[in-house]
Structures are given as C-alpha cells and as structure tokens.
Design a protein around this ligand. Sequence first.
Ligand SMILES: CC(C)(COP(=O)(O)OP(=O)(O)OC[C@H]1O[C@@H](n2cnc3c(N)ncnc32)[C@H](O)[C@@H]1OP(=O)(O)O)[C@@H](O)C(=O)NCCC(=O)NCCS
Length: 178
Amino acid sequence: MPETTANTPRERTTVLTTPRLRVTTWLPGDLGALRVLHTDPRVMAHMASGVETPERTRARLDTFLREQQTPGWTKWRVEDAHGALVGRAGFRRPHRTAHRELGFLLAPALWGAGHATELARALVDWHEAHPEPGIEPALRAYVFRDNLASRKVLERTGFRLLGPDGDDTRQLVYERRQ
Ligand SMILES: CC(C)(COP(=O)(O)OP(=O)(O)OC[C@H]1O[C@@H](n2cnc3c(N)ncnc32)[C@H](O)[C@@H]1OP(=O)(O)O)[C@@H](O)C(=O)NCCC(=O)NCCS
C-alpha cells in the first residue's frame, strides 16, 4: 500500500478542467487504476521506465501524493466524464535545470482524438498562472525521438525543439517560452 502519513489526502480536489477531461489530485486508492495504465506495453512504449513493476508504480504514486502537498504540483490524475482514471498529466520537478517539465500519458482508448492536445494547452495555462521563485518561466518537455504523437502535441502547443538530450540520446528536449 502507498505510504500513509498525516498528510495523506482523504478527498480529491480538481486542479483544472478541459472540455472533455478533468485533472484531479491523487488518493492512495488510485494505485490499482494507475497500475493498469503503467503495465500497458502500448502506453509505456515511449516512457523511459518501460512497463513498470508493482513496486515502481507504488513509488511513483507516493511521489505524486507527496508532490501534490509540496510543492503543490505533480503529474496529476486525469479522469473522463464518468470519473474514471484515463491518464496522468502535469509536471515533473526540474531534474537538471530549473524548468518545470510537462508530461502526459493517456489510456489507448482515448488516443487520436485531440485529448492530449487539449490537456497540454490547459497545463501550459496552469504553468503560466502559477509562477514560482526558482522556477524558470519557460516550460520544457523531454520526449523520445520516435514518439511522433507526443512531438506533434508539443509542437502544436507552441513548444520548439531545442535539440537532443545530452544525457539520454534517445530523447529530445522541447521548450515553450511565454
Ligand atoms: C502521446 C499521447 C499522449 C497522445 O495522445 P492523443 O490524445 O492521441 O494526442 P492528440 O490526439 O492530441 O494528438 C496526437 C497527434 O499525433 C498524431 N499521431 C499519432 N500517432 C502518430 C504517428 N505514429 N506518427 C505521426 N503522427 C501521429 C495523431 O494523428 C494526432 O494528430 P492529428 O490530430 O493531426 O491527427 C498518447 O499517445 C499516449 O498517452 N502515449 C503513451 C504515453 C506517452 O508517450 N506520453 C508522452 C511521453 S513524452
């Protein structure tokens, strides 16, 4: 089970809504639904972690729960109109530079209908509305070279290719300036 601490949330809150999706905070009970996504080889094909072990996904959810407390942003839960978890999207904490890093992942049933573009636009707006000391105004994203769907989403959301990621040649770095 995910860690239970004094800060463990009991209620879900809504971070933002798009025409078809709702971005919410996580609860510890989301682990099973998150595992469905993170063990789907189609979904994880372009993710650095690949298909995840139960321990890896549990650690990931613990991180999301911790980050949504502090600093107050993370890769949040995405639900459809019925309240079912259909993805995760939001921001990774800067790992090499002082930039928030945009990330999104959706269940295959939703692919190809503009959902990720809708989410990415809403998250860009959230980023711009929530500046923070020590965080660069420009938003970044890291994407595998052959992840053409994700690259298309980034490009039509205003991201520009900076070049290859120096530390992982499989990946490209994109940036969106305000
Ligand atoms: C990447 C992902 C989020 C895209 O979600 P989505 O809702 O299908 O995205 P959208 O519909 O908004 O846009 C995708 C675009 O890429 C296009 N596309 C999809 N596969 C493609 C491919 N192999 N080559 C070229 N274009 C492709 C789609 O046709 C669409 O463009 P269009 O609207 O002009 O037709 C989804 O595929 C996913 O969750 N993949 C697994 C996780 C992942 O890779 N996350 C990103 C990590 S950086």
